[in-house]
Ligand binder design. Structure first.
Ligand code: NAD
Ligand code: TYD
Length: 345
């Protein structure tokens, strides 16, 4: 039995990559729960990701911005109308490092301001459970050895990572000052269905499929610790139900690869030549290596990844190959028409 009984979940950012996978995970694994999805539908929010749950009893979509107290209150009203103990899982964020290098301000707005607005609104309602979904990038960059633990000092290097670290500190302060029952999760790089093709893996799959060049930053030897999105969603669910308030949980699967190996694996799976690889100018401030020590969530909550990279990368590639319409609509912007069609203007 979970320590925190939950019947309704407010998911922020549920139309994005991980948020929509989390909604699908809940529908499968907690079919009795009610779900409210609050999402501003930025360029990264895509209701095509949720077609299968649209119209489902006990599911409501609220178009709104986490920076707007009015919008957040509307979503909380909808969640309270569903009834039962309420949990909140906060995914909504600007999430792409390269965009944050171009312009940091939208990241401060959505990630920092938005988190504080959400915290204030949830505290005012006496929300009993809150999970803040953060990232391993708040810890900065590792050398060749070692892993990020929950005790690793925060040392964010990109405007994205800095805005996430700031939001983590606001959540920490809400716990410490107000006794607000929140947990923070810090996960490594995710891959899987519904990821916007600006991130490494879907971008490379999409480009390779069209015989376009695959842009690899720098020497291609930057290392990320990859986790299949479904595993991340299940870890968040474990923390939601049984995490200890005020605690941080790292999430990862000891699955480190240099970028160039990932790119070559994608090309090999698709039967495309390595000559499509193009080394391009490095990302400014590019973190060299991320690697997660996930012992705490394993020991305390019994969570471990279920999927290996060897099975889930081909699964992911096949998903993108099969979802040509999804990919096409994202790439030509047609997915943005969904809201108007579904909900009117
Ligand atoms: P994403 O960019 O795919 O989705 C973000 C979603 O949030 C979109 O649907 C967008 O419309 C929505 N959103 C953005 N600003 C909003 C606002 N102001 N109000 C309401 N909704 C807003 O991101 P993702 O990759 O799914 O990441 C989700 C969360 O997980 C983020 O907080 C990110 O920092 C964290 N995370 C991501 C990864 C990863 O590998 N993608 C790894 C660890 C942690
Ligand atoms: P990304 O998917 O943007 O995630 P993050 O920067 O949050 O880790 O990038 C993953 C790695 O892939 C990172 O080291 C940068 C690299 N990369 C490329 O080499 N080329 C690309 O076109 C992109 C988008 C990323």
């Amino acid at each position: 039995m979970p320590q925190t009984p939950i019947q309704t979940v407010l998911v922020t950012g549920g139309a994005g990559f991980i948020g929509s996978n989390f909604v699908h995970t809940l529908v499968e694994e907690r079919p009795d729960w009610r779900i409210v999805n609050l999402d501003a539908l930025t360029y990264a929010g895509n209701l095509d990701n949720l077609e299968a749950v649209e119209g489902r009893e006990g599911y409501a979509f609220v178009k709104g911005d986490v920076c707007s107290r009015e919008d957040v209150d509307r979503a909380l009203d909808a969640a309270e109308a569903f009834g039962g103990p309420l949990g909140v899982v906060h995914f909504a964020a600007e999430s792409h490092v390269d965009r944050s290098i171009e312009s940091g301000l939208p990241f401060v707005q959505a990630n920092v301001m938005g988190t504080q607005v959400l915290l204030d609104a949830c505290r005012a309602r006496g929300v009993g459970r809150f999970v803040h979904v953060s990232t391993d990038e708040v810890y900065g960059s590792l050398g060749k050895e070692g892993f990020f633990t929950e005790e690793t000092p925060l040392a964010p290097n990109s405007p994205y990572a800095a805005s996430k670290a700031a939001s983590d500190l606001l959540v920490r302060a809400a716990c410490h000052t107000h006794g607000f029952p929140a947990c923070i999760t810090r996960c490594s790089n995710n891959y899987g269905p519904y990821q916007f093709p600006e991130k490494l893996i879907p971008l490379m799959i999409a480009n390779a499929a069209e015989d376009k060049k695959l842009p690899v930053y720098g020497d291609g030897m930057n290392i990320r610790d990859w986790l299949y999105v479904r595993d991340h969603c299940e870890a968040v669910l474990r923390v939601l139900e049984d995490g200890r308030a005020g605690e941080v949980y790292n999430i990862g699967g000891h699955n480190e690869y240099p970028n160039i190996e990932i790119v070559k694996a994608i090309l090999a799976t698709l039967g495309k030549p390595d000559t499509l690889i193009e080394y391009v100018r490095d990302r400014p401030g590019h973190d060299r290596r991320y690697a997660i020590d996930a012992a705490k969530i394993d020991n305390e909550l019994g969570w471990r990844p279920r999927f290996t990279f060897e099975e889930a990368l081909p699964l992911t590639i096949r998903w993108y190959q099969a979802q040509t319409t999804w990919l096409q609509r994202v790439r030509d912007g047609a997915y943005r028409e969904y809201y108007a069609r579904q909900y009117g203007s």
